[in-house]
Design a protein around this ligand. Structure first.
Ligand SMILES: Nc1ncnc2c1ncn2[C@@H]1O[C@H](COP(=O)(O)OP(=O)(O)O)[C@@H](O)[C@H]1O
Ligand SMILES: [Mg+2]
Length: 350
């Protein structure tokens, strides 16, 4: 039986651009599919087709068992979509906006009020709840929009880069709400540019590039294909790059890369913190002075390099209404592995 979201052979072109170039999807009921890909990969186009906002040139899709092309209005009744359906009314307060959505979905006045209060609290909008939305900053609008999409829990939900532009606290709040929804049986397709986020939320991940699904699997499977964790070293002097590279290759289990202008070397490893200590000792023995060293988990870029042999094209489209500057790759915790260990170890070497 096809899943709650199912698509076969979706094609959509815009002039010369094949935004979708034969996409197949199958998302079992009650699970989360993370659609991971850089800017321009076709994620939004896929979401728009599946949510009936755009007709594909070719292919078929069903959502909650309903044919998207034949019965778009029935599909719309079974789904929630952040960013599109939940249009915020500028002249209503945050609370009124959320209550209106609840009432639109036939909640009682009291239930709508309670749910609105809950969501305002979770997205840190309580203080601004009774101000009109037109006084909100870009980041607050974004959170109100997400909250509006979460007032009711439809059987199938779509979220297109929901955390782009959210600061870490609000990102965490959103992750928590999403996890509750899914625990309650909602099926979710979520697009993201961050492996870390797909890792946290998705049961399955499909990686898209140029309108095609280039890999799918669980987060562990994808990470295994990239060679897992990396050791990253910044050497103090450029003349130490080649010795350091030799050392790293000795410990690595994949290609090492050297970035000359930043004096940074990276190699995939298996072995975690213990191995890091060994690398440091060996570099020290060989007389290599280092400015920084750390372990980091694979990023979307690493996944891309190992799948396609090239980096994902620069994601330079800035996040509109960004309140944190966290739209970049540090976004979903990319720096996690490094910090503490890096700093401490560095001291140990000196
Ligand atoms: N309405 C449109 N008109 C023309 N080109 C479009 C349109 N929508 C998307 N595209 C193009 O299709 C490709 C995929 O876009 P999109 O689905 O928005 O990618 P993503 O959401 O992964 O960043 C891009 O090259 C984009 O420029
Ligand atoms: Mg997009």
């Amino acid at each position: 039986m096809p899943g709650a979201i199912y698509a076969e052979g979706l094609v959509k072109t815009f002039g010369d651009v094949r935004a979708l170039d034969g996409v197949d999807l199958d998302v079992p009921e009650g699970t989360v599919l993370g659609m991971l890909g850089p800017n321009g990969a076709g994620k939004t186009t896929a979401v728009r087709v599946l949510t009936t906002l755009l007709r594909p040139d070719r292919g078929t899709a069903t959502v909650a068992g309903i044919d998207v092309l034949a019965h778009p209005d029935r599909v719309r009744h079974s789904i929630g979509l952040s960013g599109q359906f939940a249009a915020v009314d500028e002249y209503l307060t945050g609370r009124e906006n959320l209550m209106m959505v609840g009432q639109l979905y036939q909640m009682s006045g009291r239930d709508a009020k309670r749910r609105a209060g809950e969501l305002l609290e979770r997205f840190n909008l309580s203080d601004a709840a009774d101000r009109t939305a037109k006084t909100y900053s870009g980041g607050m609008r974004r959170r109100l929009d997400l909250a509006a999409a979460l007032v009711v829990s439809p059987p199938v939900m779509f979220m297109d880069e929901p955390t782009t532009g959210l600061d870490p606290r609000n990102r965490q709040a959103l992750w928590d709400v999403i996890q509750e929804l899914v625990a309650g049986g909602t099926t979710l397709l979520l697009t993201t540019q961050y492996l870390e986020e797909a890792d946290r939320l998705a049961h399955d991940i499909c990686v898209v590039d140029h309108g095609k699904v280039i890999a799918r699997g669980t987060s562990d499977q994808l990470k295994a294909r990239t060679g897992g964790e990396r050791v990253e070293v910044v050497v103090h002097a450029p003349e130490h790059l080649s010795v350091a590279d030799e050392v790293l290759r000795g410990f690595g289990k994949g290609e090492s890369t050297i970035e000359e202008h930043t004096r940074k070397l990276t190699v995939p490893v298996a072995g975690g913190a213990k191995l890091l200590a060994e690398v440091i000792r060996e570099l020290d023995t060989r007389g290599v002075e280092i400015d920084d060293i750390g372990l980091r988990r694979p990023t979307l870029d690493d996944v891309f390099i190992s799948l396609t042999g090239h980096a994902a094209e620069a994601a330079d489209e800035s996040a509109a209404g960004d309140e944190s500057g966290a739209g970049g790759s540090g976004g979903a915790g990319g720096a996690k592995g490094r910090g503490a260990a890096g700093g401490r170890q560095k001291e140990a070497v000196k």
